[in-house]
Design a protein around this ligand. Structure first.
Ligand code: HEC
Ligand code: HEC
Ligand code: HEC
Ligand code: HEC
Ligand code: HEC
Length: 215
């Protein structure tokens, strides 16, 4: 599976070409390289600010990481980052190495006062990388220990990520989206509650056996 669509590949090609260009140009006069800084687009800084907005719904994350930017604008596929979307606590969220696979390629210059133009979130990412520390992401979706849930059968059955998680590719900061289903006797059941699971299993003729989800 190729996770990255063509215009992202073009960007990589452009970055690589530019880097190679800088390298050649830099041979006679290395001090001039920094005169060609990579300048973040204004909408990148806006996405970063929205991802780190304390007033927006959802927990504050250690890095203001925007899904709207990565999964929306750059169309990086969900499964590229969430490869092992499975039971264990950390398995579903990408490693620092995966982030750095892209981010070690981007160099930023300085502004007139000599301050780096590198977006703050990327600086924090690189600190975790240098300190060889995992990023302590706050988990948003969490079932109690007595419930069995695995992604693979759901994904294989063709249930979209968005059906359960909302329009993630439009969200800068992630949060637990509202999804209240009404039982026939009109007791509302919120997302991640048992009635929410059962309602969809009923609609899709999937098993409602207690031992499917509890054992
Ligand atoms: C497939 C490539 C790719 C991967 C993987 C990737 N990024 Fe990015 N990211 C980008 C690009 C491209 C930009 C825009 C950079 C620019 O234009 O200067 C960006 C921008 C950002 C920004 C600034 C915008 C924002 O979202 O706040 C942050 C912070 C960031 N990335 C963090 C991360 C983290 C953390 C990971 C790992 C979980 C990660 N990135 C993985 C490609 C990637
Ligand atoms: C570039 C890597 C990257 C891509 C692409 C990506 N994600 Fe994520 N995802 C992350 C990171 C990092 C976190 C943890 C930080 C956060 O919650 O924003 C996360 C968190 C999540 C969570 C919350 C997990 C929890 O704690 O409960 C969900 C749900 C999610 N992503 C779904 C998606 C979906 C759906 C897509 C595709 C539309 C997608 N992601 C694309 C990196 C990525
Ligand atoms: C049928 C509903 C459903 C679908 C479809 C679904 N998820 Fe989830 N997701 C959940 C539930 C429920 C949890 C909480 C799991 C737990 O606590 O064990 C979760 C947790 C997560 C997490 C948190 C980390 C983890 O593994 O616990 C990530 C990341 C995530 N989902 C991403 C995705 C992505 C990406 C897709 C699409 C490929 C997807 N999900 C499809 C229901 C779903
Ligand atoms: C949006 C619909 C939907 C939601 C919400 C949903 N499921 Fe499912 N689930 C399905 C479908 C469809 C299947 C059947 C897949 C098959 O038969 O191949 C399934 C199968 C399963 C299975 C058996 C396969 C396996 O992975 O071992 C378990 C267990 C399960 N679901 C647990 C849950 C739990 C727990 C929740 C709530 C946290 C939940 N599901 C929410 C649609 C859903
Ligand atoms: C499709 C998955 C699924 C099936 C089938 C299922 N449950 Fe649950 N059950 C859950 C989830 C998810 C929770 C956690 C709800 C929460 O934390 O709010 C739960 C919680 C519970 C609890 C604890 C209630 C509480 O307040 O913490 C009991 C007891 C329970 N289930 C019994 C049953 C029985 C009995 C059956 C069979 C008739 C059954 N479950 C079938 C998903 C399921």
């Amino acid at each position: 599976m190729n996770p990255i669509r063509s215009h992202w590949r073009l960007l990589v090609a452009a970055v690589t070409a530019a880097a190679a260009g800088f390298f050649l140009m830099s041979l006679p006069a290395p001090q001039q390289v920094s005169a060609q800084p990579r300048t973040p687009e204004p909408d990148l800084l806006a996405a970063q600010a929205a991802a780190g907005d304390p007033d927006a719904p959802g927990p504050m994350q250690p890095i203001p990481f925007s899904h709207a930017w990565h999964a929306g604008k750059y169309e990086i596929e969900c499964l590229y980052c969430h490869t092992g979307t499975d039971r264990s606590q950390a398995a579903g969220v990408p490693s620092v190495e995966l982030c750095m696979g892209c981010h070690s390629q981007f160099q930023y210059g300085n502004d007139e006062e000599g301050n780096t133009l590198e977006p703050e979130g990327i600086q924090v990412l690189k600190q975790y990388w240098e300190n060889k520390e995992p990023i302590p992401w706050q988990q948003i979706h969490r079932l109690p220990e007595h419930v069995q849930f695995r992604h693979n059968r759901h994904v294989a059955a063709g249930v979209e990520c968005q059906t359960c998680h909302g329009p993630v590719e439009t969200m800068d900061k992630l949060y637990l989206t509202e999804d209240t289903v009404w039982w026939p006797w009109l007791l509302p059941s919120k997302k991640l509650e048992m009635g929410w699971c059962i309602q969809c299993h009923r609609e899709n003729e999937a098993s409602q056996d207690c031992l499917l989800c509890h054992y």
